[in-house]
Design a protein around this ligand. Structure first.
Ligand SMILES: *[C@@H]1O[C@H](CO)[C@@H](O)[C@H](O)[C@H]1NC(C)=O
Ligand SMILES: *[C@@H]1O[C@H](CO)[C@@H](O)[C@H](O)[C@H]1NC(C)=O
Ligand SMILES: CC(=O)N[C@H]1CO[C@H](CO)[C@@H](O)[C@@H]1O
Length: 429
């Protein structure tokens, strides 16, 4: 099987536009979650049970802010959904970082895209629905359908760079980013491409999204007055997740291809495992069996034993049930064949305390954090973790980052519908 390595990273998160500022703010225990109580239209936002969010900061790119004109040609903003705009920008950063610009026809044919979104363009759907209801067909823009389709993120990227390899879009709710990276790695391993742009993007900061997730009782409602303490994975007082936006993109490359051009190799992607809970639309199985299976399969695929895992970037979104189920899954995974309890040796953190939950982009952004943990031997912290629940016996890296030798990292992502995926990254040498 062909080996696959990571040679470029790009991200837009509530902490910053750009990888390095995001990473340094994450390690410095800073939080990107703010209040949306004063957003317009006020009559729609004000009655929502959860009014905290992980918005991408606006401003100039030199200051880590988002401004569409820094990344898109004129008119691009009008033609593209916000999630596609973020995807284009994160891809530009990742290509720049990788130093890879496919020029020849052969290079273009062997470079593909696998990128998705969880929700897509709720804003446009909402506005067009209202316009259609009052004024009919003539008020529906010819851009409506292209703005709505989730695979247009991947489509716009291929058009911009002339990429003629596989062009694929994943949409598996909050597992999207992880599935996209895992599937992309298999395109390379199987010889369909030498280089893949892979990741997830999301922007559904619309009051309707907040209303919908409130009705599934998924959101943090207890800390509206103190936004930065609202996302608290694994903490006893966690009450739900915080909706966030952004994008994560990695450049995956076949090992020999990367070596031949002297590329900087961040890490190797060694394993990918998926499973379904077959249980419930929004709730996990209490014992975390689905998550356990995904991690177990990913490690089997990697040929790595659970006890050799140094760091797990948990999906843990700060919901009471989800975090407990994942904790149970990690403990089950770490239970050695001899019954020896190893969970005290693995370092687990959830970076959602700092970023909130980027939904379809979460898996990609967190894969990037796992890759950087390996590259930098730093484990990012779990913010707001003051009191552990009973049975939470791992090292959850509370509040401050820890320096650790990280050779192997696992990144978990789980989504509504009971879909679970794990990625395994390892140091390349
Ligand atoms: C939808 O309508 C609102 C209110 O008029 C506007 O602020 C927003 O920019 C519109 N969104 C899109 C995608 O056109
Ligand atoms: C697997 O996916 C489901 C989606 O509903 C998620 O809620 C759950 O946390 C995941 N499984 C476990 C046991 O963690
Ligand atoms: C692999 C690794 O670095 N594990 C560390 C996790 O954290 C504990 C401390 O709680 C260390 O003792 C382990 O070495």
């Amino acid at each position: 099987m062909r080996r696959v390595v990571v040679t470029g990273l790009g991200a837009i998160t509530p902490l910053s536009v750009g990888i390095w500022r995001t990473w340094s703010r994450l390690l410095a225990s800073e939080c990107g979650i703010i209040s949306v109580a004063n957003q317009e239209p006020a009559r729609r936002w004000k009655d929502l049970p959860s009014i905290v969010a992980g918005n991408v900061p606006s401003g100039r790119k030199e200051h880590g802010g988002w401004q569409a004109s820094d990344w898109l040609q004129r008119g691009g903003e009008r033609r593209m959904a916000k999630f596609s705009q973020y995807a284009i920008a994160a891809t530009e950063m990742a290509f720049e970082d990788a130093g890879w610009r496919p020029q020849t026809q052969e290079d273009k044919e062997m470079t593909g895209v696998c990128l998705g979104s969880g929700i897509g363009n709720l804003d446009e759907l909402y506005n067009t629905t209202l316009a259609f209801e009052t004024s009919g067909c003539k008020k529906v823009s010819p851009l409506f359908v292209p703005q709505l389709l989730i695979n247009l993120g991947a489509g716009h990227i291929s058009m911009k760079y002339g990429l003629q390899g596989p062009n694929h879009a994943v949409t598996t709710a909050c597992t999207t980013g992880a599935h996209a990276i895992g599937d992309a790695s298999r395109f390379i391993a199987f010889g369909d491409a030498d280089v893949m742009v892979a990741g997830g993007s999301e922007s559904c900061m619309h009051p309707l999204a907040f209303a919908g997730f409130s009705r599934t009782r998924s959101l943090a409602t207890q800390h509206n007055d103190d936004p930065s303490s609202s996302s608290r994975p694994f903490d006893r007082d966690r009450s739900g997740f915080v909706i966030a936006e952004g994008a994560g993109v990695v450049i995956l490359e076949e090992l020999e291809h990367a070596k031949a051009r002297g590329a900087n190799i961040y890490a190797e992607i060694r394993g990918y495992g998926c499973s379904g809970d077959a249980h419930h639309v929004t709730a996990p199985r209490e014992d975390g069996y689905g998550a356990f299976l995904a991690m177990k399969r990913a490690l089997k695929n990697a040929g790595i034993r659970p006890k050799d895992v140094d760091y797990i970037n948990a999906h843990a979104t700060s919901t009471p049930l989800g975090d407990a189920a994942e904790n149970a899954a990690i403990k089950k995974l770490m239970l050695g064949d001899d019954g020896f309890e190893q969970s005290t040796h693995v370092n687990v953190s959830s970076t959602k305390g700092a970023t909130g939950h980027l939904l379809g982009a979460a898996g990609a952004v967190e894969a990037i954090f796992s890759i950087l943990a390996i590259k930098e031997n730093s484990v990012p912290p779990t913010l707001n973790l003051h009191n552990l629940d009973d049975g939470f016996t791992c090292n959850y890296v509370p509040l401050v980052a820890q320096q650790r030798n990280v050779d192997v990292a696992v990144s978990n992502s789980f989504g509504f519908g009971g879909t679970n995926a794990s990625l395994v990254f390892a140091k390349y040498d």
